[in-house]
Design a protein around this ligand. Structure first.
Ligand code: KIV
Ligand code: ZN
Length: 511
């Protein structure tokens, strides 16, 4: 590996999935993993194998699918966790066990109830056990930024001696600043006697909005792996965003002379896929992937752009895979043209998925004069990603207007069986959601958010709806798209319910 090559460790499927409401099902994880490989990440953390049956299966399936990327599973410093991670990674061409334990006084006392010496012993045992299962072991010092430097140095030395080849120093609570986080890496790399036998890695949370700045400071101080997520999703305020790190290194190569394997033109596709599967929309002013990231509003800026785009753009939208919206297909377009468009947009659908998507496209083209790339992406993501849900929306009928009461008739397909309910409500959305509640009772769950946005401009635009449900401390987010806002609403609600069913099966393990 060249001295200035930075390995990109993507943890969208693990730390990213820990964002409130961001759970993904197996098919969604496999699609994300495929896109992460297309994006060129070096390591994919596919999950936390011991957390649940579903997490185990996901790590196992991603491990079997990935061709190039190293696939990692997280494991606490415990035999059962590490063995479970090893078993889940069996099909991987390049498996990595990522084991961690907290090293800060606060975490060691309050959370682990272990003395520093006991923590060192756990590191020795856990890393050695992991090395007996796979060659590639990463060790993380949870809460590294609040750890005593002398103890942290001993812990790192112990992990390397036991066989860890990557040492990750997370800013678990987003407490570091670029100066302190960079200094910690310089200090540890300089003082740990066997530091040259490991790659040092960053892992930054964004509680103070400094995750990317801290990551870059650590790279300048010698870190050669960065852990990050697409769109910066993750616990609380999220993790460092991979697209921001990759583009900072590319655009400011003059002062940050490092390289990554990221194929920058795949960034927008990856960002949209994550929004589609998690229902977490990207804020419009988000760097690199926000809807306004390349929009120019003021007259002075527009004038400059017309003369020379470099007046107000430090990178082109094309360089991050944002093409100009193009009018794509119409109601006379056939299957071949639709297939061709799908492959330009990066989709490779199975035959039955293709037929379902084509039917939805035809319905949309009938209802909407102009069908844009964004419409196709929303439609296909909605159709394909929901295709494996146990509960599906079959038919929606809603009666609404100023003379209430508003009524809904809803037919769902639950595990292959069709059921219908007719309900009233305080407005059409309430009537519709009451019908879902009648067909699939879930009294403990409450609706936390209902959000509608338009996929493109125009009153005939498709609606994209997000719904967040909470039940006993678990939150799930569902999404649905359709040119009828109420159909999109039913799809989003039902998608959230499907995720709730999956999440109920999970243990309450938290990393
Ligand atoms: O933030 C953190 O400390 C983590 C570790 C488990 C790597 O996610
Ligand atoms: Zn984390």
């Amino acid at each position: 590996m060249s001295q200035n090559q930075i390995l990109i460790f993507d943890t969208t499927l693990r730390d990213g999935e820990q964002s409130p409401g961001c759970s993904m099902n197996l098919e969604e994880k496999l699609r994300v993993a495929a896109q992460l490989e297309a994006l060129g990440v070096d390591i994919i953390e596919a999950g936390f194998a011991i957390a649940s049956e579903g997490d185990f299966e996901a790590v196992h399936a991603v491990a079997g699918q990935c061709e190039k990327a190293i696939v990692a599973s997280l494991a606490r410093a415990a035999r059962a966790d590490i063995e479970r991670a090893g078993a889940a990674l069996k099909p991987a061409k390049r498996p990595r066990i990522h084991t961690f334990i907290a090293t800060s006084p606060l975490h060691m006392q309050v959370k682990l109830n272990k003395s520093p010496e006991q923590v060192l012993e756990s590191i020795r045992e856990s890393v050695s056990l992991a090395r007996n299962l796979v060659d590639d072991v990463e060790w993380s010092a949870e809460d590294a930024t609040r750890s005593e430097p002398d103890f942290l140095a001993r812990a790192i030395e112990t992990a390397i001696k036991a066989g860890a080849r990557t040492i990750n120093l997370p800013d678990t609570v987003g407490y570091g600043t670029p100066e302190t986080y960079g200094a910690m890496f310089r200090d540890m790399i300089g003082r740990v006697p066997n530091a040259d036998q490991a790659v040092f890695s960053t892992h930054c949370h964004n509680d103070l909005g400094l995750a990317v700045a801290n990551t870059l400071a650590a790279v300048a101080a010698g870190a050669r792996q960065v852990e990050s997520t697409i769109n910066g999703i993750g616990e609380r305020a999220g993790n460092a965003a991979v697209e921001e790190i990759a583009m900072a290194l590319k655009v400011r190569h003059d002062v940050l002379p490092y390289r990554t394997g990221i194929v920058s033109t795949e960034i927008t596709r990856a960002s949209r896929l994550i929004s589609a599967v998690t229902g977490m929309h990207v804020q419009p002013n988000k760097a690199i992937v926000g809807a306004n990231a390349f929009a120019h509003e003021s007259g002075i800026h527009q004038d400059g752009m017309l003369k020379d785009s470099s007046t107000y753009e430090i990178m082109t939208p094309e360089s991050v895979g944002q093409g100009h919206s193009s009018l794509v297909l119409g109601k006379h377009s056939g299957r071949a043209a639709f297939k061709d468009k799908l492959s330009q947009l990066g989709y490779d659908l199975a035959d039955n998925e293709f037929l379902d998507a084509f039917k939805r496209f035809k319905d949309l083209a009938d209802a909407k004069k102009q069908v844009f790339d964004e419409d196709i992406v929303a439609l296909v993501d909605d159709e394909v990603l929901r295709g494996h849900d146990r509960i599906q929306v079959t038919e929606v009928e809603v009666y609404c207007g100023s003379n209430g009461p508003q009524r809904a008739i809803l037919t769902l397909n639950i595990d292959g069986e069709e059921v219908t309910a007719a309900t009233r409500g305080n407005g059409p959305v309430d009537a519709l959601f009451n019908a879902v509640r009648k067909l699939v009772p879930h009294d403990d769950a409450s609706l936390q958010l209902y959000e509608v946005s338009a996929v493109t401009a125009g009153t005939d635009a498709q609606a994209e709806v997000s719904v967040v449900l909470a039940e006993n401390g678990r939150t799930v987010r569902g999404v649905g798209a359709h040119n009828d806002t109420l159909v999109a609403s039913a799809r989003a609600y039902v998608n959230a319910l499907n995720k709730l069913v999956v999440k109920r099966g999970r243990s309450a393990l938290a990393a």
